[in-house]
Design a protein around this ligand. Structure first.
Ligand code: NA7
Length: 534
C-alpha cells in the first residue's frame, strides 16, 4: 500500500484501454504515475463484461491501439469481431509488453479526489486506504462502466442466483437445465441470449424496447484483409482518425430519398451483407437527420426481422418501432432472432405488461408471476457520467462535480471541467466517445492530454483550467449539433433517459471524430485557447 505522503505527478483512475495508454504515455514523458483499478485485473470494460457471447461491435483491426506500430504488426486477431476473452488477452499483453503492471494497483476503487488550491494538487483516496497527492488527476473510468439495474424492487429477495452482464463472475455459472429469465435487450442481451438459450431448459426474455439488430456475419478473420491492412496500417489509422465514426469508410453522397426504391434497397442490402454498424448508419447522407429517410432504413430492418422470425405475432413484438433507426446504438447479432424460433424461448413484451417487482420465485408483471431458477440482468449502464460521479470529486472552493453537473454535464471539449483544474476526463461527456470507435477517441484524448502536460512543463506552468465561457460555448455547441439530428428522439443512454431522474442531456459529441480532433488540435495550436495556464 502507498504511504500517506506519497507524491506523484499523476493519478489515473481505471486500467482499461484509456488508463493503460495514459500510464504508458505519461511515464514515457518522465512523469511518476499510479493507476488505481477496481477490477482484479487490467481490462476495464473487457474485464467486467465477460458474459457468454460478449464481443466487440467494431472490427478487430480497427478496435485496437495504433500507438505501437510493432504491436499492430505482431498481434494476430482471430475473428472479424473479437470476443471478450481475446480483447482481454490483448490488453493483458499490452500491460506486460510495456511493463505497465508495476504502476497499477488492482482491486482498489477510488472513492474521492479533492483539489487543494494552496498546493494546486489533487488528494486521491481509495477504498483500500490509499491517500496519494498528485499534480494531475485523470479519469479513465470508461463510458459504460457503472451498471444500472431494473428500477423495480425485490432483486435482493430473489431466492436463486442473479448476474448482471457487466459484473459476470470469472467462473461462468452456466444454466444447464434451468428456467432462466433475462431482463434487457440491448447489445449485451442480444449477444448473450443465443448462448443462454443453448443452456437453459426454458428461457424467458423481458423486452422493454426492441432494438435495431442486424447480423455481424462474424467468423474467422479474412487473412487477405489482415495482410492488406498490415501493409498499410499507418495510412489506415490516419484515415480512421479523420473519419466520422473512427472507422475509415467511403462517405455517402446521396439522400436516401433521392434514389429509386430498388437502388436504396440494393445499398441497404450491401451494407447488411457487410455486417457493420457504421456502414448502415452511413449508407446515405441523411439517415440521422431526416425522419423520412431514416424510416426507409428502419423498415428495411423490420422486414428482415419478419424474415427471420417464424411466428408473425412474435416478429411484430420484436420489430423496432417508436424511435428512429440509429438513435440508440444498433446491435450486431449472431443468431439472435432465430433464437426466438426455438420452442423453449419466450418473449415478454413489457409494452404490453409492466414489470412490477422481482419476487423470491422470479418476476412479477401486471399480468402474472414468472418463476425462474436464475436471472440475468442485462439492463445496461448509467452511461458517461455514472463512473465519474461515483467518485466524490471536489474542485476549487470545495465544489462537488455532482453539484456542478446537477442539471447535466458541462465540459470543455469533453476532456476538462471549469473549476476543476488539472482534472481530465478521457472520453468524457461532450466528446465523441461512445458515438464511434472508442479506441480512436481514447488515443486522441490520451495524446492530447500528454501534449498539454508536456506544453505545461516546457512553459513552466503547473495549473491548467478550462475557462467557464469556453465550457459554456462548447456545451451549447454539443447540444446544438445533436439537436440538428434525430438522435434526441429516442430514450437512449446517450440522453441519460435510461436512468430515472437523470437530467435529459445529450452527452456524446456527434459532430464526428475527425472534425472533433481538428477542433482539439486548433485549440492546442492557439496556445490552448479556452484554458488558463498558471
Ligand atoms: P443498453 O444498450 O443500455 O441496453 C439495456 C437494455 O435493458 C435495454 O433493452 C433497456 O431497455 C433494458 N432495460 C433497462 N432498464 C430496464 C427495466 N427497468 N426494465 C426492463 N428493461 C430495462 O445496455 P447494454 O449493456 O446492452 O449495451 C451497452 C453498450 O455496450 C452498447 O450500446 C454497445 O455499444 C456496447 P430500453 O431500451 O431502455 O427501453
Amino acid at each position: 500500500m502507498a504511504s500517506a505522503a506519497e507524491e506523484l505527478d499523476a493519478v489515473v483512475v481505471g486500467a482499461g484501454f484509456a488508463g493503460l495508454y495514459m500510464l504508458h504515455r505519461l511515464r514515457g514523458q518522465g512523469l511518476s504515475v499510479k493507476v488505481f483499478e477496481a477490477g482484479a485485473d487490467v481490462g476495464g470494460t473487457w474485464y467486467w463484461n465477460r458474459y457468454p457471447g460478449a464481443r466487440c461491435d467494431v472490427d478487430s483491426l480497427n478496435y485496437s491501439y495504433s500507438f505501437d506500430p510493432d504491436l499492430e504488426q505482431d498481434w494476430e486477431w482471430t475473428e472479424k469481431y473479437a470476443s471478450q476473452p481475446e480483447i482481454h488477452a490483448y490488453l493483458r499483453h499490452v500491460a506486460d509488453r510495456h511493463d505497465l503492471r508495476r504502476d497499477i494497483v488492482l482491486r482498489t476503487r477510488v472513492t474521492a479526489a479533492v483539489f487543494d488550491e494552496d498546493t494546486a494538487r489533487w488528494t486521491v483516496r481509495t477504498d483500500g486506504g490509499h491517500e496519494v497527492s498528485a499534480r494531475f488527476c485523470i479519469m479513465a473510468t470508461g463510458c459504460l462502466s457503472t451498471p444500472k439495474f431494473p428500477e423495480v424492487p425485490g432483486l435482493e429477495r430473489f431466492s436463486g442466483p442473479w448476474y448482471h452482464t457487466a459484473r459476470w463472475p470469472e467462473d461462468d455459472p452456466g444454466f444447464r437445465g434451468q428456467r432462466l429469465g433475462v431482463i434487457g435487450t440491448g447489445s449485451s442481451g442480444v449477444q448473450a441470449i443465443p448462448f443462454l438459450a443453448g443452456q437453459a431448459s426454458e428461457l424467458t426474455v423481458f423486452q422493454r424496447t426492441p432494438n435495431f439488430v442486424f447480423p455481424a456475419f462474424n467468423g474467422p478473420i479474412d487473412r487477405s484483409v489482415v495482410a492488406e491492412t498490415k501493409a498499410h496500417y499507418r495510412e489506415a489509422r490516419t484515415a480512421a482518425r479523420h473519419s466520422l465514426f473512427g472507422v475509415a469508410m467511403d462517405m455517402p453522397t446521396q439522400s436516401a430519398l433521392e434514389v429509386s426504391d430498388d437502388e436504396r434497397r440494393a445499398v441497404y442490402q450491401e451494407c447488411w451483407d457487410r455486417g457493420h454498424v457504421f456502414a448502415l448508419v452511413q449508407s446515405f447522407t441523411d439517415l440521422i437527420f431526416d425522419a423520412g429517410s431514416n424510416e426507409t432504413a428502419a423498415e428495411f430492418l423490420r422486414e428482415k426481422v419478419r424474415d427471420r422470425v417464424d411466428d408473425p405475432e412474435l416478429a411484430r413484438k420484436l420489430e423496432p418501432r417508436g424511435y428512429p433507426f440509429a438513435t440508440k446504438r444498433p446491435c450486431l447479432d449472431t443468431g439472435y432472432y432465430e433464437t426466438y424460433n426455438r420452442e423453449h424461448v419466450h418473449l415478454v413484451d413489457l409494452r404490453e405488461e409492466d414489470l412490477v417487482e422481482i419476487t423470491a420465485k422470479g418476476v412479477l408483471t401486471t399480468e402474472r408471476e414468472y418463476e425462474f431458477d436464475s436471472l440475468v440482468i442485462a439492463t445496461g449502464f448509467d452511461a458517461m457520467t455514472g463512473a465519474l460521479l461515483a467518485v466524490d470529486i471536489r474542485g476549487r472552493d470545495g465544489v462537488a462535480l455532482r453539484d456542478k453537473w446537477r442539471d447535466g454535464p458541462e465540459t470543455y471539449l469533453g476532456v476538462a471541467v471549469a473549476g476543476f483544474p488539472n482534472l481530465f476526463t478521457i472520453t468524457g461527456p461532450g466528446s465523441p466517445s461512445v458515438f464511434g470507435n472508442m479506441i480512436v477517441s481514447i488515443e486522441q484524448h490520451v495524446e492530447w492530454i500528454g501534449d498539454l502536460v508536456d506544453h505545461m512543463a516546457r512553459h513552466d506552468r503547473s495549473v491548467v483550467e478550462a475557462v467557464d465561457t469556453a465550457e459554456k460555448e462548447w456545451t451549447e455547441h454539443v447540444r446544438a449539433v445533436s439537436d440538428a439530428t434525430l438522435l434526441p428522439r429516442a430514450d437512449s443512454f446517450y440522453l441519460g433517459a435510461n436512468v430515472p431522474g437523470k437530467p435529459r442531456v445529450f452527452m456524446p459529441y456527434v459532430g464526428g471524430v475527425g472534425p472533433y480532433r481538428a477542433k482539439c488540435d486548433e485549440v492546442a495550436g492557439n496556445g490552448y485557447e479556452g484554458f488558463v495556464l498558471r
